[in-house]
Write a protein that binds this ligand. Structure first.
Ligand code: HEC
Ligand code: HEC
Length: 388
């Protein structure tokens, strides 16, 4: 009996000792993690990017890399400089459905400020409620895009702005007819005179005014901007870790970099769905170069919460799903990697910068909460009074 009792005592002592050791170890790990995050917080919120941990970049990403940070000042082109009067005119035209064939559809129909300056639909509908094939991009921060559209087929906002007017599925109006209609509206004369010095209404002036307005639509500082400016306690521990993962282990920064969170390049992340009903050859449609099959413009991640559903075809409705796909290295179904186009075989080559990331569920959550810090609240924009 005595023997049994002492054995029980020994066992009890061993278990509690082990337990103590283990909880000590866990405690130590937690405190190490806490001090690691505290250190990261201090570095990232220092306001000095030279103190930030080195980003994990692939060799091929390096030539096009610039550090994430604030959006720089907006640059207006020399042949279309900023003026508040031109912006007012541009905003009025942006909201004016008389630029469309039916007199019912304005740019603002698909780029609605209350819907993140896009339409939050998978793909847009336009003239006669016809569906397009691509997801409407937000015009927020489009001043920072070096080419426009998912495939970069327009080189400037001036060039871009005529395209939806003429697009049969969007506004379905000949550009000269559209401008002719505007020129007949008496109330526009004064707006053109203020913006351009005289009453003449031309296609060039219409497109320049719209482009100037679009350039002025810029995000205000986000939670991320304030955090890196020194408001160190604004981010939760998870958001700090998310920012760090974005720049390191998850390697999002290879493509989504600069203050715009895009390097403005074209990349293939395995979304072209070749040989399916949704096949989209992307950049290839513009350049006709086989290596551009399935490439799309790297989109900005600013305001991402407001601009869903995501990707060129709007098929993703969850940011978690997107991060999970990246985590798996963007597997692309074998049968969707090739297609026959105009008699030639085209092959989709996914970027070598995508690979298994080995992120834990916690890390996936942290990346997502960080992405959310790049968005700001919807601002109330009062629509202009349309001239008669
Ligand atoms: C019927 C809906 C619809 C209308 C109307 C419309 N857009 Fe768009 N917009 C889209 C879609 C869809 C895309 C993406 C198309 C693509 O990439 O092929 C887009 C893309 C853009 C982009 C590119 C943004 C970027 O980051 O590259 C700009 C700028 C833009 N539209 C401005 C305008 C202007 C200006 C008008 C009015 C003259 C207009 N849109 C009318 C649906 C529309
Ligand atoms: C190789 C370059 C590359 C890397 C690396 C990369 N992306 Fe992307 N990302 C893209 C391209 C290109 C698209 C657009 C593809 C499309 O529309 O089909 C995109 C789209 C997105 C979108 C949807 C944006 C929208 O407006 O629809 C999100 C969100 C996103 N990426 C997040 C991430 C995250 C998070 C990481 C890191 C885990 C990451 N990306 C890594 C190139 C990249």
């Amino acid at each position: 009996m005595k023997n049994i009792l002492s054995w029980v005592l020994v066992l009890f002592l061993t278990v509690s000792l082990l337990n103590n050791c283990l909880s000590h170890k866990v405690q130590k790990e937690i405190s190490q993690k806490k001090s690691f995050i505290a250190k990261l917080r201090e570095l990232y919120a220092s306001g000095d990017t030279s103190k930030w941990p080195v980003p994990m970049l692939d060799e091929e990403a390096k030539p096009y890399f610039s550090e994430i940070g604030h959006l720089p000042e907006i640059q207006f082109p020399a042949d279309n400089i900023y003026s508040p009067e031109k912006t007012v005119l541009g905003k009025t035209l942006f909201y004016d459905p008389r630029l469309s064939g039916s007199n019912q559809i304005a740019c603002a129909s698909c780029h609605d400020p209350e819907l993140g300056w896009c339409d939050n639909r998978m793909v847009s509908f336009g003239h006669d409620r016809q569906l397009g094939t691509r997801n409407a991009m937000s015009i927020l921060n489009s001043a920072y895009a070096t080419s426009l559209f998912w495939d970069g087929r327009a080189n400037s906002l001036e060039e871009q702005s005529q395209m939806p007017i003429q697009d049969q599925k969007e506004m379905s109006e000949h550009i000269d007819m559209a401008v002719g209609k505007i020129a007949k509206i008496k109330g526009y004369e004064i707006l053109f005179e203020r913006a351009f010095g005289d009453k003449t209404i031309t296609k060039e002036r219409v497109t320049k005014a719209i482009a100037t307005f679009e350039r002025s639509v810029k995000s205000p500082p986000s939670k991320f901007d304030r955090f890196i400016d020194g408001e160190a306690n604004l981010f939760t521990d998870d958001e700090v870790m998310g920012l760090h993962l974005f720049r390191t282990k998850a390697q999002c920064i290879n493509c989504h970099n600069s203050g715009y969170f895009s390097n403005n390049r074209f990349e293939n992340i395995g979304t072209s769905l070749l040989s399916s009903e949704q096949e989209d050859l992307g950049r290839y449609l513009v350049t006709k170069k086989p290596e551009d099959v399935g490439k799309f413009r790297v989109p900005s991640l600013r305001e991402i919460v407001r601009t869903g559903p995501w990707m060129h075809n709007g098929t993703f409705t969850s940011l978690t799903d997107i991060i999970q796909i990246y985590n798996k290295g963007n597997p692309e179904l074998y049968k969707h990697r090739t297609t026959i186009y105009n008699g030639a075989e085209l092959i989709s080559h996914k970027s070598d910068m995508l690979r298994l990331l080995d992120l834990t569920d916690e890390e996936i959550m942290q990346l997502e909460v960080f992405l959310r810090t790049l968005s700001t609240k919807n601002q109330r924009i009062s629509p202009p009074i349309l001239p008669q």
